[in-house]
Design a protein around this ligand. Structure first.
Ligand SMILES: [Zn+2]
Length: 448
């Protein structure tokens, strides 16, 4: 991932920068010239970053768009301080439990999250859905979408009201059903990167760890740092490696010095190791207007169980999409048929929410559809139960919200209209995920 939409392919073929997922076309190569995208001429940075603290040091709870009228609109993006203050505001207003992951970032920041719903209380087994925001710094609105969505759920639950996102309407009963899934969330999983991007308007994607002694902060692409086929130089066919990830610290897809070398990715692992019954995971990115489901390493196949990411005899052909699995060494990543059905069913539900919420058509596609990747969060989360059968199956997704702002200095910076539409899209997409998760299954019955 995450450059996977048909629109992105068209954009690439046209040598255009008009459309992409997390990577712009000119950023796909890892030979070091990717910095060329910096210095776009536009001074338009899209929706301004908020100044001050609208949640007044955690004494005011955020409230999202879904619990307010359709004419309500937000005019600024949450700054890093406000994201923390807003989380504190939810805790002080609704009594939810917050947590701090055990690993501080390179610049000393903490990564914070919270748990809501479920059967309540401290029983960790009650939380079955994990929502993660802003692992890529420049994808503005990601943290906002997570925080405001949870705020909507809590407000609606407390007031016994429903929620409305665009053409999607949910009853008070559906709000309570959604919350019953039990949610773990981290609005801002890359605080250093977002702080830098917000202060510099530099279209910054990675974290701020100056790994490999390059002197200046070159950063690691956190979404290539997870322990799934991380060592792509050994695990993928040589012909596809340049798009899978990069060993070049100046590349936008630099994968770090080892799997989980970064405190941010270790924090996400900590969540799944702590809330061990999580069954559903969404990593929230922009932009492409799609919902991506595993696998991202190669095309899915359900016929050959031994043809999988753990089998090193396929290392030389993994990632080649034009082959036919099972014939002449052709490889496809194994996914049990029933798990694929569940994955795609929930993906379709999210697409219906995202589309109805914001008014633009989203699409569900397999992550590898455009090109294979290694070390991505969603594949890692889904792979855990194959690598270690004692771990829980986690249905895992990447949502790429929005459609980009080509008038801005960085296309990941939305206009005010896009920022608000994206928030309504994601709100409805998350609602559909939670309702689908309850219907399709949350795993074993909690004993809390
Ligand atoms: Zn991204």
């Amino acid at each position: 991932m995450k450059f996977c939409s048909l629109a992105a392919l068209v954009g690439l073929l046209a040598l255009s920068t008009t459309s992409s997922a997390c990577l712009l076309p000119e950023e796909r190569e890892n030979d070091g010239h990717i910095r060329a995208i910096r210095g776009r001429q536009s001074r338009n940075n899209g929706t301004p970053i908020g100044t001050g603290d609208r949640f007044n040091r955690g004494t005011v709870a955020p409230r999202g768009l879904g619990s307010q009228g359709s004419s309500t609109s937000f005019s600024t993006i949450l700054n890093v301080n406000e994201i923390a203050s807003g989380l504190k505001g939810l805790a002080s207003t609704y009594g939810i439990e917050t947590f701090t992951t055990p690993y501080k970032t390179y610049q000393g920041a903490s990564i914070q999250g919270a748990i809501v719903g479920g059967s309540g209380g401290r029983c960790k087994d009650a939380y079955r859905v994990f929502l993660n925001g802003n692992i890529h710094a420049r994808e503005r609105g990601s943290a906002d979408n997570v925080l405001f969505f949870i705020s909507d759920l809590l407000y609606a639950n407390k007031t016994n009201a429903g929620l409305t996102y665009g053409s999607k309407t949910y009853t008070a009963g559906q709000v309570k059903t959604a919350l019953s899934a039990g949610i773990v969330f981290i609005p801002l999983s890359n605080p250093d990167g977002v702080a830098y991007d917000q202060s510099s308007n530099s279209c910054w994607r990675k974290n701020r760890n100056p790994a490999s002694g390059t002197g200046s902060a070159s950063g690691i692409d956190l979404n290539r740092n997870f322990d799934f086929l991380w060592d792509f130089t050994k695990k993928f066919a040589s012909s596809v490696r340049s798009s899978v990830a990069s060993t070049n610290p100046s590349s936008e897809t630099y994968h770090g010095t080892s799997a989980f070398s970064e405190p941010e990715t270790r924090g996400i692992k900590w969540v799944l190791d702590t809330y061990t019954k999580v069954r559903w995971f969404v990593d929230l990115h922009s932009y492409a207007g799609d919902v991506l489901y595993s696998w991202g390493s190669d095309e899915n196949q359900s016929k050959y169980p031994s043809m999988n990411f753990r089998n090193s005899s396929f290392d030389s052909v993994r990632g080649i999409l034009s082959d036919t699995p099972g014939t002449r060494g052709g490889y496809g990543e194994y996914i049990p048929a029933e798990e694929l059905t569940t994955q795609t069913t929930a993906a379709s539900r999210m697409v219906s929410g995202l589309t109805g919420g914001g008014g633009s058509q989203y699409t569900a596609i397999q992550s590898s559809d455009l090109y294979p990747t290694s070390g991505a969060s969603d594949d890692w989360a889904y792979s855990r139960h194959f690598a270690d059968p004692s771990l829980n199956l986690v249905h895992s997704y990447t949502i790429e919200f929005g459609f980009g702002n080509n008038a801005a200095s960085c296309p990941f910076y939305p206009t005010v209209a896009q920022y608000n539409a994206n928030m309504r899209s994601v709100g409805a997409g998350f609602m559909e995920l939670l309702l689908a998760a309850v219907e399709l299954g949350l795993g074993d019955k909690t004993t809390c």
